[in-house]
Design a protein. Structure first.
Length: 366
């Protein structure tokens, strides 16, 4: 153990593929090792994202069976003592676990990282989060809406809530496009999103029906996992209902998403609610022109429409019109892809985001 470095423990419920889980892994990997010793604990269960953890990260799966699993909490207490943890970086609902741990360690600092992306369709119990947040020494929120909610509803001190956007790691080397991907070059539309209600795939399918009625060469490629909300069989019933069997391909959950993206032409996000969608940054890293709904931080990421096209949520006509516009205007499509790429590199790079987080770490322990 190096006494000059600060022990930081990231808490996240699982390491299944998801926005908050990916951010936790990205931050753990990118935090400077000369200042911090990094630990990550999946409190419930692991998942595919374990493979993305840097080799020097101390990883621990708690196998917690329920929120206040006494045996699991006792094991975590022992782990914290053994590794001299000074900061608990609690992502999303793992704040519940951090709150309990905090009762046993008065010297530990808790930083809550709020990733909530279903703000427009779900209401969280404010009274619970108000109590839990009071036990934290600071909060990082991925959207300005969440910052305002914490200050106005949870009564958090404004100087203890920080807006820090997400980022995606820089890709090493040049990516090889995927061969034999469905669709024709210049006409491939990609949407990377697990099948959750807030992603609103139904509006995207309705829009695609309008797109192919005008351009029969257009093809929609979907990447993402089926969920309890929509199974593979149910999805294909929807595709059949809209007569899109020849125009939509679902690739499922993939590990080679960056290579798929560079093989496509237009990135789409049809959500009715978002926090800070990492996928828009991934589209930017692949130089894709983007059409996204005006929800969450989408407008901010796309710079009000200067780095991508914005449409209202739940509006298949506007979504289809924007997609067709990009298909038919090759030069504008390339220019928008370049603009988004530059914006991601300038405003949402690993370096920019990690510097902000390190500053927050120092503030909560000083």
């Amino acid at each position: 153990m190096n006494n000059h470095r600060i022990g930081v423990l990231h808490l996240i419920d699982t390491l299944h593929s998801g926005g908050a889980e990916t951010v936790a892994v990205n931050l753990a990997n990118a935090t400077p090792r000369d200042l911090f010793t990094i630990h990550l604990c999946a409190t419930h269960e692991g998942g595919p994202l374990e493979k993305r953890l840097a080799p020097d990260i101390n990883y621990y799966c708690l196998h917690r069976k329920y929120t206040f699993d006494i045996i699991a909490i006792a094991h975590l207490i022992q782990y914290i003592k053994k590794h001299d943890i000074r900061i608990i970086h609690a992502h999303s609902s793992s704040l519940f676990v951090a709150y309990v741990i905090r009762l046993f360690f008065s010297e530990i600092r808790v930083l809550w990282h709020d990733h909530f992306g279903a703000f427009a369709i779900e209401t969280r119990p404010a009274w619970i989060y108000k109590k839990l947040a009071k036990g934290a020494h600071g909060e990082v929120a991925v959207t300005r809406t969440l910052v305002n909610w914490s200050v106005s509803v949870l009564k958090q001190k404004p100087n203890r809530v920080w807006y820090i956007p997400n980022f995606v790691p820089n890709l090493e080397g040049e990516l090889e496009p995927i061969k034999n991907l469905p669709g024709k070059e210049g006409k491939r539309i990609i949407c990377v999103a697990n099948f959750r209600p807030q992603k609103d795939h139904d509006t995207l399918l309705q829009a695609m029906k309008q797109v192919v009625s005008t351009d029969a060469e257009a093809h929609l490629i979907l990447v993402g996992a089926e969920t309890e909300f929509l199974s593979q069989a149910e999805f294909y019933e929807k595709v059949k209902e809209y007569h899109l069997q020849n125009y939509v391909s679902w690739l499922g959950k993939r590990e080679d998403v960056p290579s798929i993206l560079v093989s496509c032409d237009i990135g789409v996000l049809s959500s009715i609610s978002e926090g800070f969608p990492l996928v828009l940054l991934e589209y930017g890293m692949a130089n894709l022109a983007v059409v996204a709904t005006r929800v969450g931080e989408c407008e901010e990421i796309l710079e009000g429409g200067r780095a991508g096209l914005l449409v209202p949520p739940s509006d298949p006509f506007s979504l289809a019109k924007a997609i067709l516009h990009l298909i038919n205007h090759n030069e504008e499509r390339k220019q928008l892809g370049l603009c988004l790429s530059q914006r991601v590199n300038n405003s949402y790079s690993e370096k920019v985001v990690v510097e902000k987080l390190v500053s927050v770490y120092h503030k909560i322990i000083s």
